[in-house]
Write a protein of this length. Sequence first.
Length: 111
Amino acid sequence: MPDPTPPAATGNAILDNNEPLLGLAAAGKLHGGAHPTTVQRWCNRGIRKSGAVVKLDSVRCGGRVMTSAAAVRRFFAALSDPAATPPPTPTTADRRKAAEAANRELIAAGA
């Protein structure tokens, strides 16, 4: 008789959700034909976004690195989240214009 208790969470969404596995070449084709080495880099090193590193969920299966279509969707959703995008860094010209505007305000206020 099978054990009715669910397996413990592993911390890996692919394994926890029983997602069908894809090879790295197939995962790359889901994203416009990315090279399998690029997909492996996403798994190993990830992509830096807003000071954090976003990695593609993967598992090692029989010596191969595998991922899932859902993991690829989660990866790109995390990268394209506008709430996590920092505001653009002001340029020197932007800072100069802001300082000039502040000076004009101070002069107009009589300071």
